[in-house]
Design a protein. Sequence first.
Length: 243
Amino acid sequence: MMRPLSVLLVDDVALARHRLRELLAHIPQVRVDAEAASLDQARKHLQGRRFDLLLLDLVLPDGRGWELPAQQPALAAHTIFVTALPQHALQAFELGVADYLLKPVALPRLQEAITRVRRLAGLLDDGQANTQVLAVPAVGGTQYVPLAQIDYIDMAGHYACVHVGQRLHLLRETIARLAERLAPGGLLRVHRSVLVNPLRVQGVVERHNGDALLELAGGAQVPVSRSYRTALASALDARLKNR
């Protein structure tokens, strides 16, 4: 099991810090241990203890947020900028920070960024990483998609199509291999060419011969074959019991 992630929030606007605390409350194993409204306050917190994650505004009353990772390079892999200014992303990433989020921050985007911090900071071992995230090709490198954010995966020719809300990632891997690899993280095979996240299932529409369509959050529909119905029913029952 992952240990709790110790967080320092740095933003001069109390409402912005409150909003981040509300979002973080929805993410397991994340704990806000301190807050700061300026660079000076943040430095005092950092002198007194070690934090796993620094959520850092860019514009503060006594300077720019990038001064902290610039002065303490070891902080970079632990830092996520949260700002309303998109134009400084390149400068921030040149420092080696984990991510750069634009306000207002959406929960799935924050979850994705925190998973990246865990990987960059070595807070996931390989086994945990494989069951928590899926690595997909991205411009300039690799993106790590938290499995909890995936709606479903289906096939298009030789490519697996990973559906995450309105985003689509393509991965050259067989559905059988993905089913085996992602089962520990909760994704379930429901068809010879479809994996689904049971947490995203909102309804089942019966069809002929025991087949059905799954209605997912967001409006998508995916097929489920009768040979997978028993495993699907067990997964949905487990979800209800864990609520």
